[in-house]
Design a protein around this ligand. Structure first.
Ligand code: FES
Length: 176
């Protein structure tokens, strides 16, 4: 189970359920920096140290680098038969590419912009296996080998300018 950034909040209940249903689970926890690593205590209660792999982009905690390094080691050791990933789109894309090298299935939990969340507005549209799917009703979990991550990344950036205006207004109002 791979969780990156706030994706760890979703990765944790998935890992917990898998442990509770009798599976051996490795957790790969990624964050930009130590202070942004979520739910470490909860993961440590669930799994022993050998099954927890932490990476930070800046090397402030755990292994310096990204989640694909421990993923590749586990795949090389044949320690994993199924991967689940949730987090930033590039992280999921490269996790899927890494799993593909070892012919290992990977499920990706997608995070497109959602509006109505009942399958009508089309905001959460993603392309999976060349077909349009709505993450809110058809997912959000999909076969990671078939997701068009580049399109997802473009669509997630569609409102970047407006998001910046909104954040700047919030900060000017709240003083940070
Ligand atoms: Fe509107 Fe999914 S959020 S169709």
């Amino acid at each position: 189970v791979i969780g990156g950034g706030v994706g760890l909040a979703i990765a944790f209940p998935v890992a917990k359920h898998l442990v509770e249903t009798g599976h051996e689970v490795h957790a790969i926890m990624g964050a930009r920096t130590k202070d942004l690593l979520l739910l470490e205590d909860q993961f440590r209660e669930l799994l022993d140290d050998d099954h927890i792999h932490i990476t930070t982009d800046d090397g402030s905690y755990g292994e310096k680098g990204v989640v694909t390094a421990p993923l590749e080691r586990l795949l090389q050791d044949k320690a994993v038969t199924q991967v689940f990933c949730v987090g930033p789109v590039p992280m999921m894309k490269f996790s899927a590419m890494t799993a593909e090298k070892y012919n290992t299935p990977i499920t990706a939990s997608l995070n497109p912009i959602m509006v109505d969340v009942i399958g009508m507005c089309g905001a959460c549209r993603v392309t999976v296996d060349g077909k349009t799917r709505f993450a809110c009703v058809d997912g959000p979990e999909f076969d990671g080998h078939k997701v068009d991550f580049d399109e997802l990344r473009r669509r997630l950036g569609a409102y970047r300018d407006q998001e910046k205006v909104s954040i700047d207004q919030y900060r000017s109002t709240h003083g940070n």
